[in-house]
Design a protein around this ligand. Structure first.
Ligand code: ZN
Length: 61
């Protein structure tokens, strides 16, 4: 189980995490892939980030 390091909300549901897609507008990513951050839905702290580009079958039911 994951807790937000900022507000210590328990992040055990998808609703507790807010995924924010960002385009490469900021310039630190030059590829055309989408970049996203996972933020705490309660306080907005960025918990993680990644690139939503290539699909992975890992974890697919
Ligand atoms: Zn939080």
């Amino acid at each position: 189980m994951v807790h937000c390091p900022e507000c210590e909300t328990t992040l055990d549901d998808a609703d507790d995490i807010e995924f924010v897609e960002t385009d490469a507008k900021t310039g630190f990513i030059r590829a055309s892939k989408r970049f996203y951050t996972a933020n705490c839905a309660a306080c907005g702290r960025t918990l993680g980030s990644g690139v939503a580009g290539a699909k992975s079958n890992a974890g697919a039911a």
